[in-house]
Design a protein around this ligand. Sequence first.
Ligand code: NAI
Ligand code: MG
Length: 332
Amino acid sequence: MKLAIVPGDGIGKEVIPAALSVLDATGLDIEKIPLEIGYGKWERTGSAITDEDISIIKECGCVLFGAITTPPDPNYKSVLVRLRKELDLYANIRPFSPLTTVKLPCAKKFDFVIVRENTEGMYSGVEELQENAAYTTRVITRRGSERIAERACALAKTRKNRVTIVHKANVLKSDTFFRDICIEVAKRNGISYNEMLVDSMAYDLILRPERYDVIVTTNLFGDILSDEAAAIAGGLGLCPSANTGDRYALFEPIHGSAPDIAGKGIANPIAAILSVKMMLEWMGRTEEAGCIGRAVDSVLRQGTATPDLGGSQSTAEVSGAVAKLVKRIQKR
Ligand code: NAI
Ligand code: MG
């Protein structure tokens, strides 16, 4: 099994080695292919990602990804948007269920998954910058909507058989289209559904997160709602994600490169470690994935945590404690 490793920029370079030490602790025989991709490479070479990088990633089939800085420079194209398109990683799966050991801003139990369309919508890349106006085309296709709705329904079948469709169909025609297709797919699958307008969803997610189970939505809305969900689940440093298509998969923490804390050795590695857990589940290694989940819970329960969670440990200390525990759990 080959795995492409893309630490990226900023804290990506800190949390990915930390997460790899936990992967190594599982003892799985996975060949790692490190790749330099990102803003740092762009500054150095004028190219953030090359065609060769893409073909190596395709050969591996699976990527563990840190985070990449995207400067607001019109000449710089987002690497992740390109990767999601080239690998056709159309489903971005973002689970949010707070770890029992983490202090939450609103003390409520919840467990939901955001299923975000990942290849079109506002991130279609169809854009035009003119002198006095700028245009971004929001592309919603039947195929794109059907397959993300199918993915959400498949997930719902393993959970509570219901989905919430999030859109802004009262204003956007493209969302009337998206909503209607999602409803069609839900009915076809025998999944019950409800709808929420994205703005009231943003409000309700904070007040009543326990009402939701599988949430399906378009690209930009899913991006924004998942950072909001991270806030109620204890912080960006805890939340993993899976970008999956029919052939390839990319696993990454949902946070970015966090330039404000990069280089200090204090980034929370849990989101990256839980991304490894999601990757192992995707690979069918559920036992090892389960070990990682239990180890993370115990380490946090012991109070071993980075400053974002109120602790005083470093990135390496937290991942070291998780890795040690994974080894111990596996010996039992
Ligand atoms: P960010 O997610 O990097 O940081 C937001 C806030 O959360 C910061 O205060 C940061 O210190 C904190 N934070 C994030 N991850 C943390 C962790 N593991 N431990 C402790 N604290 C953590 O978002 P921001 O600042 O808006 O973006 C920074 C750069 O990252 C930008 O260039 C942006 O384009 C890029 N970005 C990349 C993503 C990716 O590669 N998937 C996703 C989001 C942003
Ligand atoms: Mg985001």
